[in-house]
Design a protein around this ligand. Structure first.
Ligand code: ZN
Ligand code: ZN
Length: 339
């Protein structure tokens, strides 16, 4: 290899690192990021509204209500907790590592749909009568969201129920406090599973629609995102927070509220593996893992049990410990297989 090609590789590497880091830091200005400023603002507004009108918040009148809100939810104890600081570092490093390491094997619904079309054929555009176009588009938009949400539930369930995948998902559950940045505390292998399964299912749906209904059909989008994902993003940052937002007995059986996901992070045995859904609660109901949160805040600690003290406190822990745990697990199971 000549000196010039080394220079090109180095330039390429520095460019990618700088670019990915800049994108991560400027996430509040990126419309498709969960940290887009509109979603962060809506998170604060919804949190404040729920707090103000909950029995707990109503107990603090006037200025002291705001003071109590800040003390409980915006305190240094949460936002500068060692677990939260690790989230911030991990977020930045993952922004570089994931595209470089996993980028070449990343798939999305468009890739899958195109691959199926190349194998089994594509349909005709404008096959649907113009009068039915909007109806079919609404149906596709709705179905896409349902299939996407189901794919995320399947992926999340695999991460909990398949022992070797759980070693990687532990990274997310090792968080001891929750902030919106915890949304990004995922090992790259965990991220791949959470991306691939929904991509396969939605890719299949898209191909089916294009092949048999109309190849010109696309979902309704808003600012670069599927319109329903955009709508749920207005509240989904509260899943990784300590603000208790529960939808009430009836709606809680159909939709995953932020409180559902906070229970999912509980280290108490009665909560283990519950509420794996993202936005639709039906999958957990059918799978027997739904725990409906109460209207009032519940008390429980978050994190992992059965792990040696200080197991998940460094960047090396988050990236490498899952592989070590996996090797130890394989060594333990080997004699059992021979016996
Ligand atoms: Zn989980
Ligand atoms: Zn979570």
């Amino acid at each position: 290899m000549t000196d010039l090609s080394w220079m090109t590789l180095l330039y390429d590497f520095v460019y990618k690192v700088t670019f990915n880091l800049t994108v991560a830091i400027l996430a509040p200005f990126k419309q498709t990021s969960e940290l887009y400023w509109v979603f962060l603002l809506s998170t604060i507004m919804i949190a404040w509204t729920f707090w103000r009108y909950s029995a707990l918040g109503a107990g603090f009148k006037g200025v002291s209500s705001l003071g109590e809100f800040r003390r409980r939810f915006l305190s240094r104890d949460t936002w500068w907790h060692p677990s939260a600081r690790l989230d911030y570092r991990f977020y930045l490093v993952n922004a570089i590592v994931v595209p470089v390491v996993m980028g070449p094997i990343w798939i999305n619904d468009v890739n899958v749909s195109a691959w199926l079309a190349s194998l089994f054929g594509a349909g005709q555009s404008a096959a649907v009568h113009p009068a039915l176009h909007i109806t079919v588009r609404v149906l596709y938009t709705l179905l896409f969201f349902i299939v996407y949400d189901f794919g995320r539930f399947v992926a999340h369930s695999l991460l909990h129920d398949v022992q070797w995948l759980w070693e990687f998902h532990k990274v997310h559950h090792s968080a001891e406090v929750l902030t919106p940045v915890t949304t990004f505390r995922f090992h790259p292998i965990d991220l791949a599973v959470m991306s691939w399964v929904p991509a396969l299912l939605t890719g299949f749906l898209t191909w089916g629609f294009h092949r048999f209904v109309d190849s010109g059909i696309g979902a309704f989008m808003f600012l670069g995102l599927h319109v329903m994902i955009w709508a749920f993003n207005l509240i989904d940052n509260l899943r990784h927070s300590h603000v208790w937002v529960s939808y009430g007995d009836t709606l809680n059986r159909w939709l995953i509220s932020p409180a559902h996901h906070q229970l999912h992070h509980s280290l108490e045995e009665r909560h283990w593996g519950c509420n794996r859904g993202s936005d639709i609660a039906l999958w957990d109901r059918l799978y027997g893992t739904l725990i409906v949160p109460s209207k009032e805040p519940e008390q429980f600690r978050m994190g992992l049990t059965g792990e040696p003290e200080g197991s998940w406190t460094t960047m090396a822990d988050l990236y490498v410990r899952p592989f070590g745990n996996l090797l130890r697990r394989l060594r333990r199971t080997k004699p059992a297989l021979k016996a």
